[in-house]
Every structure is written in C-alpha cells, then in structure tokens.
Design a protein around this ligand. Structure first.
Ligand SMILES: *[C@@H]1O[C@H](CO)[C@@H](O)[C@H](O)[C@H]1NC(C)=O
Ligand SMILES: *[C@@H]1O[C@H](CO)[C@@H](O)[C@H](O)[C@H]1NC(C)=O
Ligand SMILES: *[C@@H]1O[C@H](CO)[C@@H](O)[C@H](O)[C@H]1NC(C)=O
Length: 289
C-alpha cells in the first residue's frame, strides 16, 4: 500500500477502492458472514409465523422469514415464503398463495389456495392472473386425483349454457363459473380467471355449488426437487440447504455435500476482486476450513 500513497492519483484510487468496497457490501446482500455451525442451527429451525398451525412443520426446501436463503432448495426466490396475517404464503408467477398444508413425506406436496380470492370471489384484486406454474420447480399434482380447472367469468350477462353456474354476490358483480371449457360461453366477460382445484373440491362443488368453499380447499402442487437427497441428510442429523444452488447438508462440523458422513463441501463464500490499473489486489474471504 505504501508506494501507492505517493502516487499523485492515489487518493482517487483509494476513494474508488472504498466506493467499490461499499458497492460490494451493498450488492452482495445474501453473503452471510456466519459460519457453518450457524447455518446448521438456522436451517434446522422451522418457520416462525405466529398463529400459523403448519409453520413448525415447514423447513427445506423453503426459506424466508427466520430462515436464511441458504436454507432453501434453490438459490432464487422461488421457494421463499412470507408470513402475513398469521399465514405462510408463497408467490409463484406473481400470484400469492396461502399455504394450507405441506406433506413432508416423499410426496413433497404443497396444498395452496389463492390469497386474492380467499373467501371472496366477489371482490377482485388488481392481480387477475391465472394460476400457472413453472414446471421446473412446482408441478400441479394431477396424478389421477381428479383435479380440474375452475374458471370464473365476470360480468357475463347471458343465458348460461350447460356446465356453467352462477355464484351469488351481494354487490353488483355477476360471476359465473365452470369446470368445463370457458370458451364455450357466448358473452364477453370483463375478466376470466382460471384456478386448479382438487378432485375432492370438484365433487363438493358439483353437489354443494359453493365456489368459495371450493377455492378455499386449494389444490396440490408437487415440488420437483429431490427430497430424497434431503431425507438422507436429515437421517445423518444434518439440516438441508444450498450453496449457490448446490445442495448442502449442514452439520455440526460444517457443510457437507450429501450427508454428515459425506465429504466436506468446498466453501465458496469468498469474494475476490481486482483493481488492475492501480495494481491493487484484494481478497476477502470468510472461508472456514
Ligand atoms: C386465463 O384463462 C382463460 C381461460 O383459459 C383465458 O381465456 C384467459 O385469457 C387467461 N387469462 C390470462 C390473464 O392469462
Ligand atoms: C388445466 O389447465 C392447465 C393449464 O392450462 C392444463 O395444462 C391442464 O391439463 C388442465 N387440467 C385439466 C384437468 O383440464
Ligand atoms: C436424489 O437424491 C438421491 C440421494 O442423493 C439420489 O440417489 C438420486 O439419484 C437423486 N434422484 C434424482 C432424480 O436426482
């Protein structure tokens, strides 16, 4: 550093360096300056969401609230949960769902219901998107469960064809719904929203005609990740997580690749940067070997 300070532009270089450091510390938010023991403790802790009856059964592949990003099943926000009004929620393709159930077995089944239509199809939010899923992460668990697509059509003033039903709203909004082909109606609805519902809800809807109840029952999604991998880790007393998307089994003694008995994972939590024109090279690292 010494010779650098005698250089006429050294203060510029120095302030550039400080600025760079500042930018890195701002940009690199996910970098956790904690050791792997903390990771084990954090990822081994279920969700905290006061008033939610299922929060304490939810861990991997989900992160968010009190669980750090490295406790998730991927390095992005797709398995991030939030806790709002005592309910854990997940946002998929910009639509927010309430998590009703999580089957922690090999089924990896998440039961969710639309938050914006929860208990009330008569008030519509600004978010009128159909429920669609990214098949790489979550898949509609159709596996012979008799699930169907329920379509709501708003402001449809026409004689209802077969398989179309009208819902009762106290306000002036007119809603009709169908489990069949929505395109077969002759009117032009102001809004068409599609939702999957489970076979149980289909049967209920056909007998009781309660569309709100059908939507509250939600539907099932299957997480496409490898949960067997996590079960192997848990069986070895580890906690599942990831390091930049790669599966990690966090144990008392650090991060392992598959289980606490497997080899230690290489640590990748280092930032190396170079400012070549000032010949200044810095490496920061929080590696624990
Ligand atoms: C939702 O689905 C309906 C029925 O398939 C379709 O007509 C409509 O355009 C879709 N809306 C959006 C926003 O994708
Ligand atoms: C429901 O709609 C989705 C997406 O449009 C489609 O892939 C699926 O096959 C439909 N399911 C049924 C049971 O009609
Ligand atoms: C899932 O993980 C297990 C255990 O690590 C492994 O044996 C299996 O091949 C993996 N399955 C897939 C589909 O990657």
């Amino acid at each position: 550093m010494k010779p650098l300070l005698h250089h006429p532009s050294s203060s510029i270089i120095l302030s550039f360096f400080c600025f760079t450091l500042l930018m890195i510390s701002i940009i690199d938010i996910p970098t956790c300056m904690c050791d792997d023991g903390d990771k084990y403790t954090n990822c081994n802790t279920a969700f905290t969401c006061e008033g939610s009856s299922i929060a304490n059964s939810l861990k991997y592949p989900f992160w968010g609230v009190n669980r750090e990003k490295y406790c998730g099943g991927s390095a992005d926000s797709k398995t991030k949960l939030t806790c709002e009004d005592k309910v854990l929620k997940i946002t998929i393709n910009s639509v927010t769902y309430r998590i009703l159930e999580w089957d922690d077995s090999i089924a990896q089944k998440l039961t969710v219901a639309r938050d914006d239509y929860w208990n009330d199809i008569c008030t519509t939010s600004d978010n009128h998107k159909n429920s669609t899923f990214d098949n790489t992460l979550f898949q509609r668990d159709v596996g012979g469960s008799g699930s169907a697509n329920l379509t709501l059509l708003y402001d449809c003033n026409t004689k209802l064809p077969n398989m179309f039903y009208s819902a009762t709203c106290n306000n002036n909004i007119k809603v009709v719904y169908t489990l069949g082909d929505a395109a077969s109606i002759t009117c032009v609805p102001t809004l068409i929203v599609g939702f999957p519902i489970t076979g149980v809800q289909v049967a209920q809807l056909l007998t009781q005609n309660d569309v709100n109840q059908a939507l509250e029952g939600g539907f099932d999604l299957k997480w496409n990740g490898n949960y067997t991998q996590c079960q192997v880790c848990i069986a070895s007393h580890g906690a599942c997580g990831n390091d930049k998307g790669k599966f990690r089994c966090f144990c008392d003694d650090g991060a392992h690749t598959t289980s606490c008995y497997s080899q230690m994972a290489p640590s990748s939590m280092s930032i190396t940067f170079y400012i070549t024109n000032s010949k200044f090279v810095s490496t920061t690292s929080n590696n624990r070997v």
